[in-house]
Design a protein around this ligand. Structure first.
Ligand code: GAP
Length: 454
């Protein structure tokens, strides 16, 4: 088992992801996407939207506000119980999650999700689990720590109201169930999807962008009849896996993991885990939530969530199959999966990111062999940049320039040389095979389009 060091270094040096507030020595567990990383993440979000909204029959996208009426979080159960069991080390004053301490100590053999706080406390004491930071075994008792960030809204002291930064995007989808159903004349079963920021005051954030306090989620709620809900649950498990495979993941690096402990309202729940350098970890979740969410919003808002089936005249509150994946956690998995240190025939090693061409940050790098080819180079650049994200590099030997593009996963490098001036052709070098072919400039747009199809 390793860590994310290589990805972290490459990220900083090649413009994927920088430490947040870097020039002020950072702010722990915050990260800024750089020019290369933002393209990668945007492409991943676009690919997700394509599969779960554009190509999905009867799914509708929304973009709900981050701030919501606080009653939403009462209805969803977040104000009462969205918490982690935390313990403080009395000796070095660091804060830890009791469930993580048990999981790590038992090497995953004991599942703390099935334990009460009292049982976890007993286990930690009986097994002499000590503080991973200072090595002392001097714990406070377990207290539940609510993960929601709160702030206040109002211009005078008297009018201040407590509001929360949403800890998940899902509630924006539930509270807009009626709006979407009516405005789009949607018939159950139908879906609501969105991509947006979520915030959690995590007790133990870390492992680069794997667990952060601000992150982006891509969530999709499928509203359906209870009788068909298990069928759709299985369908979404498969859809979620197919989406990852379509991005180029090796299926040996992915696995389903059923939840051992279900929320009282849930009928089934599972994660898809990815084999990160730190081991198998959750990448996304698929949850059968019954009619709990809409029923709770009906109860707390006083608005009926009953759906009248126009064919059967049955009135019911739909069940929900939720599919949720973190855009940052997925971007990190995509980077880990793409990373290769490849030994070349000449004994050298090249670092190459084998991104699926559709999600590669830049599709084409344009590289003039000599500086005095700039006019022709700019002509090709302008032609391609109307269709794709392209980049340009004229500094250093052509070998070094290829290596830089390999490191950011650019699938095609186009070189302009003196023959280009004669016959309007360029050389296209493939990132993975490193093979080169000669192509007419007029055919380039079609050639690249075909290569990056998704
Ligand atoms: N609405 C359901 C929900 O939010 P979750 O399992 O808490 O479920 C869904 O979160 C996904 O969001 C996770 O599978 C993960 O990909 C991502 N995620 C959750 N917490 C995160 C964090 N602190 N940092 C980065 N990604 C996170």
């Amino acid at each position: 088992m390793g860590n994310f060091d290589k990805i972290v270094n490459l990220s900083k040096n090649r413009g994927f992801i920088f430490p947040g507030s870097d020039i002020y020595d950072g702010l722990a567990n915050t990260w800024d996407y750089g020019p290369v990383g933002v393209e990668l993440k945007n492409n991943i979000k676009r690919a997700w939207w394509k599969k779960f909204v554009q190509e999905a029959h009867n799914s509708f996208g929304i973009d709900a506000d981050i701030f919501m009426n606080s009653r939403v979080w009462d209805a969803s159960g977040h104000t009462a119980s969205f918490s982690d069991p935390k313990m403080d080390c009395k000796s070095c004053k660091t804060r830890h999650r009791a469930d993580n301490l048990i999981e790590e100590h038992s090497k995953g053999k004991v599942n703390p999700d099935l334990m009460t706080n009292e049982e976890m406390e007993k286990y930690i004491n009986e097994h002499h689990i000590c503080c991973p930071k200072c090595g002392k075994c001097d714990w406070t008792g377990i207290r539940n720590f609510n993960l929601m960030f709160s702030t206040s809204r109002g211009v005078t002291d008297e009018s201040q109201n407590l509001i929360y930064l949403r800890p998940e995007t899902a509630q924006g989808e539930f509270v807009n169930f009626l709006n979407v159903q009516r405005s789009m004349r949607a018939k159950v079963p139908f879906g609501i999807a969105q991509i947006g920021k979520a915030f959690r005051n995590e007790v133990t954030p870390g492992n680069f962008t794997f667990r952060t306090i601000e992150f982006e989620q891509m969530e999709h709620q499928w509203f359906c009849h209870a009788d068909e809900s298990m069928k759709y649950y299985e369908e979404y498990k498969k859809k979620a896996m197919d989406f990852l495979l379509s991005l180029g993941f090796n299926k040996e690096h992915l696995r389903y993991h059923d939840h051992d402990k279900l929320a009282h309202y849930a009928k089934a729940a599972c994660d898809i885990q990815y084999l990160y350098p730190i081991g198998w970890e959750e990448l996304n979740g698929i949850h059968h939530r019954g009619d709990w969410d809409l029923s709770r919003h009906q109860e707390f808002s006083g608005k009926s969530m009953l759906y009248l089936d126009p064919y059967t005249n049955e009135k019911y509150i739909p069940n929900v199959i939720e599919y949720s994946i973190g855009a940052d956690r997925l971007t990190l998995a995509v980077m880990c999966e793409a990373y290769e240190e490849e030994k070349l025939d000449n004994g050298e090693t090249r670092v190459v990111m084998h991104f699926h061409p559709a999600i590669a940050p830049y599709k084409v790098a344009i590289l003039p062999l000599q500086k005095n080819l700039s006019e022709k180079t700019m002509e090709v650049y302008s032609k391609l940049s109307k269709h794709f994200m392209v980049t340009y590099d004229e500094a250093g030997s052509i070998g070094k320039r290829y290596r830089r593009q390999d490191e950011i996963g650019t699938p095609m490098c186009v070189t302009i040389d003196f023959d280009t001036l004669e016959d309007n052709t360029v050389t296209v070098r493939d990132r993975d095979t490193m093979q080169q072919i000669r192509i007419k400039i007029d055919d380039l747009v079609d050639y690249v389009s075909e290569k990056i199809k998704y």
